[in-house]
Write a protein that binds this ligand. Sequence first.
Ligand SMILES: [Zn+2]
Length: 278
Amino acid sequence: MELKSDYFLKPENFSGHERVLLFHNGEVLHRNNNFFWPAATVRDICTGTQQHSLIVGEYSLRPCVALGLSDASFALLGAEKASLRQLLFNNEIEVFAAAGKANQLLHWYDNHRYCGKCGATTVLHSSERALVCTSCTLNFYPRINPCVIVLVIKDDEILLARHVGKASAFFSCLAGFMEAGETPEETVIREVYEEVGIEVDNIRYVRSQSWPFPSQLMLGFFADYKSGDITVDGKEIAEAFWFRSGNLPVTPASSISVAGQLIELFLQRFELRERNRI
Ligand SMILES: [Zn+2]
């Protein structure tokens, strides 16, 4: 029986209005920097492959769907590839938002072909964005992994760290995954202590960002220094220092990440405070 779903759609059933995002081995496909493919092109290539596209949402008032291509379909298409990070750094904001969500969904879809409980194959759920086990009927939903990212403040200084293994010379905020049973505030306290050996308090939420590499939700916080001296763990953090406004290292751009936005917000508030003092 043909599946009718709000979340999955076979290419042969495209209406023609869809904007299609195509992926191959985790990279986004484009032709001359056009990332949204015409539905007809994709229908021609994928009809008969038994694949379903994943319905991502509505972008520019048109439905957007995503599909991961097999090697054979990719060879047939003759497309160029870009990484999600390239889209982000090139400021392709609209494409990045759609492709980021699409990538999360495809990653979930690719990684749940079999049931984690009984090992049987899964099939598409008929009415939800879920995969369902053909044997024990367990459902699998797209999973988001929450992380905290925190800018630690000590009077007029902020703590910025350079991560181990990153080729860039970027200094950024501290960050880490939430563990089962933790509140975000508890994660902030634990991560800061583990990574740089200091204690923080007065933790306040600022803003968040979906970070589809592959499926994190970054929750951004400010926290105040409480006690201790910087002692980097050497595993995740290579070096960390207190920096003053006007004497900052290279940091992430605020147009790209919540880390950059936290730093920029601190600088704006700091400047405002200084101005009001005069
Ligand atoms: Zn099962």
